[in-house]
Design a protein around this ligand. Structure first.
Ligand code: NAD
Length: 507
């Protein structure tokens, strides 16, 4: 039974009030549209060049103070943020659903990811470990330490409107760096809500410097302004490969540092020994979940020729039964595509499959009468006899290409033969195949999984990918080192001045 729900705009007004987001312009701002019904949720005011400059200057000033606050004390701010996020989890998740169109459970999962990275960063604040290194000179000691880097800019994409900021900001804050956030122009409200939640943590913390964190609202221009600014030590940019191609040379040209998290074109290899029940569930979640709008969404299925029809039929049947609709409704598993441009890209990619000689099932636009300005679709399955030109590109929609393979080496070669290198997986119960996939000659991606799909990573590992995905790593493992400056120090506690490598320079 469908629940009776408020209009997205009324729902957003209520949630924004509960979250304490104030000061939105009544008119004259830039409209924020809801993917659920295509209507305007509210308006926001963009930052002009002067406002951006002021936020950068405030971050530079904040850095001078924040870098000398002991790291475990900096961790206390992130601990308080984690508490505030726990208290606001339901409301923030509701806003993620309204603005990004994710189903309620995935939106709650995204906020949980923020909480998880807070916990990780609090522990990290007491573990920013350096090294002691044996010196070749008598009476000398060497050490390597990690120092705060400077203001960090986080540019984020619409599809993970809050978690990506948290991956970066929680690490940056404990590392001693101020954070300026330029969210996607499609999802500014969740950014304002996170800043309101963070303001409550800052108030409880007490003495954090002004301008330690800020949000810059705007489009590509605002992003570029921040990227060009020499005061920004690190630009962490998540989005399309096209965006990364614009950002990377600018940051490199001024010898800044960047973390690039760009497009993916993720694959699964299904081998003869795979557990097929588990495999089909993994395929459907990773290809159709989030309406195919994850950077790690499954886009290419490479199946042993003995199984390809069986697997494709099972996926096609599951796709045809998936409940599609308002992502706030209980039981709905597939919300809308974000906007008309996303739908047009989906249609163009299906046309490309047909032009490449393949067949497409599914892909229909749904719920047109109820939501003429929103874009709900049935996930599409594209069957091809061999890899096609269309499979080289990322289409940010639920379109899954299926191709057969004969031997395992060929499957790995197909998997690697795309410009992107984010996520990959193999479904197998053969240990030789699993280990070969994870070996130096196996998957060339930043993420390689066995017997799970390519999406749904945990925060404990470093997240990111190779090739056109940009090479960046965020979140767990030792990703924190990118937010710090490495310093090697040699201390002479002897009365002599021996030179390294036996060099003599006697005066
Ligand atoms: P997008 O590239 O259109 O926009 C992303 C962000 O970049 C936005 O904030 C936008 O304003 C900004 N931007 C665009 N051009 C810019 C420029 N020249 N200078 C500075 N900023 C600029 O991406 P999108 O449509 O919001 O998101 C979808 C894309 O993001 C997909 O390709 C997806 O794979 C990718 N993505 C990657 C990851 C990852 O971790 N690898 C995670 C999420 C999304």
């Amino acid at each position: 039974m469908t629940q009776s729900l408020p209009s997205p705009a009324a729902h957003a007004r209520a949630v924004l009030a509960e979250l304490g987001v104030a000061g939105l312009p009544a008119d004259g701002g830039v409209a924020v549209r809801c993917p659920i019904d295509g209507a305007i949720l509210t308006q926001v005011a963009y930052d002009d060049a002067k406002a951006v400059e002021a936020k950068v200057s405030a971050a530079v000033r904040a850095f001078r103070q924040w870098r000398i606050v002991p790291a475990p004390r900096r961790g206390e701010l992130v601990r308080l943020l984690g508490e505030e996020l726990r208290a606001a989890k339901a409301q923030l998740a509701a806003l993620v659903t309204l603005e990004a169109g994710k189903i309620a459970s995935e939106a709650a999962g995204e906020v949980q990811e923020m909480i998880d990275i807070c916990d990780f960063a609090v522990g990290l604040s007491r573990q920013l470990h350096g090294l002691t290194i044996a010196s070749e000179r008598p009476g000398h000691a060497m050490r390597e330490t990690w120092q705060p880097l400077g203001p960090v800019v986080v540019i984020s994409a619409f599809n993970f409107p809050v978690a990506v900021w948290a991956w970066n900001a929680c690490l940056a804050l404990v590392c001693g760096d101020p954070v300026i956030w330029k969210p996607s122009e499609k999802t500014p409200l969740t950014a304002l809500a996170v800043q309101a939640i963070l303001d409550r943590a800052l108030a409880r913390f007490g003495d954090a410097p002004e301008g330690l964190t800020s949000v810059v609202l705007g489009g590509r221009d605002a992003g570029e302004r921040l990227v060009r600014d020499p005061c920004i030590a690190l630009v962490s940019a998540t989005g399309s490969t096209r965006m990364g191609q614009a950002v990377a040379p600018i940051v490199a040209g001024r010898f800044g540092r960047s973390i690039l998290e760009l497009g993916g074109n993720n694959a699964m290899i299904v081998t003869p020994s795979a557990d097929l029940s588990l495999t089909v569930r993994a395929i459907v979640f990773s290809a159709a979940g989030t309406a195919g709008q994850r950077c790690t969404s499954l886009r290419r299925l490479i199946v042993h020729e003995s199984l390809v029809d069986k697997v494709a039929d099972a996926v096609e049947s599951a796709f045809s039964r998936l409940p599609v609709g308002d992502p706030r409704q209980d039981g709905v598993l597939l919300g809308p595509l974000h906007d008309a441009a996303a739908y047009q890209a989906f249609v163009a990619a299906m046309d490309q499959v047909r032009a490449d000689g393949g067949g497409v099932s599914g892909g229909e636009r749904l719920l047109i009468d109820e939501h003429p300005d929103a874009f709900y679709v049935r996930p599409a399955l594209a069957r091809l006899a061999a890899p096609s030109p269309g499979m080289q590109r990322e289409t940010f929609a639920p379109l899954l290409h299926v191709v057969p393979y004969r031997d395992f080496d060929e499957a790995v070669a197909i998997q690697n033969d795309v410009p992107q290198g984010l996520s990959s997986c193999v479904m197998t119960n053969d240990i030789r195949e699993a280990e070969a996939f994870l070996s130096a000659a196996g998957s060339d991606c930043g993420i390689a999984n066995v017997n799970i799909g390519p999406s749904g990573a945990e925060i404990g590992g470093a997240f990111g990918g190779e090739k056109e995905t940009g090479g960046g790593r965020e979140s767990g493992s030792d990703s924190w080192k990118q937010y710090m400056r490495r310093q090697t120090a040699t201390v002479n506690y002897s009365g002599a001045l021996p030179l390294a490598q036996g060099v003599r320079f006697d005066l």
